[in-house]
Design a protein around this ligand. Structure first.
Ligand SMILES: NC(=O)c1ccc[n+]([C@@H]2O[C@H](COP(=O)([O-])OP(=O)(O)OC[C@H]3O[C@@H](n4cnc5c(N)ncnc54)[C@H](OP(=O)(O)O)[C@@H]3O)[C@@H](O)[C@H]2O)c1
Length: 345
């Protein structure tokens, strides 16, 4: 058991700068690892919470004071008694559970972070450790949205040679959208996405087959044309606005589905009551208790990164190099455009 001093960026109140002060060195339970952080990524959720919007997912209130942060990359310091896949000294990335448990020891914005083994992966030697902080939350969210809820065929570390159907990703330039594009393509789907025209070429390089401007007045027809005769698996929509929802429901009405269900999977709660007749579900990116999480973190992602099938997307932008930089990094996250903000620790 280590007795290292641990410092954290504490959110003592919303709408105020984080305060850097000591936090307890975390104690791993049986399935946990303690990770010495080398980099953390900034997510929209961190910004929502820092801005005071702590009820965005309604059923997941976060107590204050707290330590925010979903994504960490670093070095394993110690492991719980059930952990056999990781050992001290390993380079890892993890999606930590702070928004699930509400506990400060599960927030990424500190030197020593507690992570669950099922949402932790080895970072292969060919990948910069600090870059890998951009991956885990998006990986967990894609796991839940595309594979648990939409029920796509699982990806393997080698790209599928077959095409199983078509999938729509609304907002392909978001972090969770770009990762969905890439992983859905690996698992054998034609990927149709919406984004600003400036991102179209980049999104095609990571797996999008068709990129449509989300402001195009004919966006629905372009999506229908792109689906063609393929069976349609559904839509993954992290944006959730009038335009995206209206289009996704109209598309669902007009195409044939993979399994009789045309899924509409949302990254944010449906505003109001969802209409009858559509299979609308809210993604919740914490699949760590289920076997699929172990599959994605332990059997898919490391090998796919190592062999180049999976690349880190969208672009990583380093916006700081210490805990002191986190307040500005979170506040400025709204400016991220097809890029993931990462702070080195
Ligand atoms: N439920 C869950 O488990 C879960 C998990 C993670 C995230 N989320 C949610 O998913 C959303 C995305 O988060 P993120 O961190 O991945 O986003 P992000 O990386 O900050 O997204 C930035 C991108 O959003 C795109 N965008 C903005 N308005 C758009 C619109 N009207 N239509 C399509 N794209 C638009 C922009 O694309 P262009 O540059 O192309 O304009 C921009 O590049 C957030 O609302 C977040 O809360 C949910």
């Amino acid at each position: 058991m280590s007795t290292q001093a641990n410092y954290a960026a504490w959110m003592l109140n919303t709408k105020e700068p984080f305060i850097i002060k000591e936090a307890p060195y975390p104690k791993p339970s049986v399935d946990d690892l303690v990770i010495q952080s080398k980099a953390v990524a900034i997510t929209q959720d961190d910004r929502y919470y820092q801005e005071g919007n702590t009820m965005i997912y309604k059923e997941i209130p976060i107590p204050i004071p707290n330590i925010l942060g979903h994504d960490v990359a670093g070095i394993v310091c110690e492991v719980g008694t059930n952990v056999t896949k990781f050992k001290p000294g390993d380079r890892v990335m993890a999606h930590v559970l702070h928004m699930h448990t509400g506990k400060p020891e599960h927030g990424a914005f500190q030197n020593y972070v507690l992570a669950h083994q099922n949402q932790t992966a080895i970072v292969p030697d060919n990948i910069e450790l600090t870059d890998s902080a951009a991956v885990p939350l998006a990986l967990s969210t894609v796991t839940n949205s595309l594979y648990e809820l939409m029920k796509l065929k699982l990806p393997t570390p080698e790209k599928s040679p077959e095409i199983h159907g078509a999938v729509l990703v609304w907002g392909g330039a978001t972090s969770v959208g770009a990762n969905a594009i890439q992983i859905a393509k690996i698992s054998g789907y034609k990927v149709i996405t919406t984004a600003s025209p400036r991102n179209a070429e980049y999104l095609k390089t990571i797996g999008a087959d068709v990129v449509i401007d989300y402001n195009d007045k004919n966006v629905e027809q372009h999506i229908i044309d792109a689906i063609g005769d393929l069976p349609y698996a559904g839509a993954w929509d992290p944006i959730v606005n009038d335009s995206s929802l209206r289009t996704e429901m109209s598309v669902a009405d007009r195409v044939k589905s993979v399994d009789g269900v045309k899924h509409i999977i949302l990254g944010l709660p449906y505003p109001g009551s969802p209409p009858e007749g559509y299979h609308i579900e809210l993604a919740y990116g914490f699949p760590f208790e289920r076997p699929i999480s172990k599959y994605m973190y332990h059997q898919f992602i490391t090998e796919a990164m190592q062999n180049g099938t999976f690349k880190i997307v969208p672009h990583v932008k380093f916006v700081g190099d210490s805990l002191n930089d986190l307040t500005d990094a979170v506040a400025n996250q709204a400016n991220a455009r097809c890029e993931k903000y990462v702070v080195k620790i």
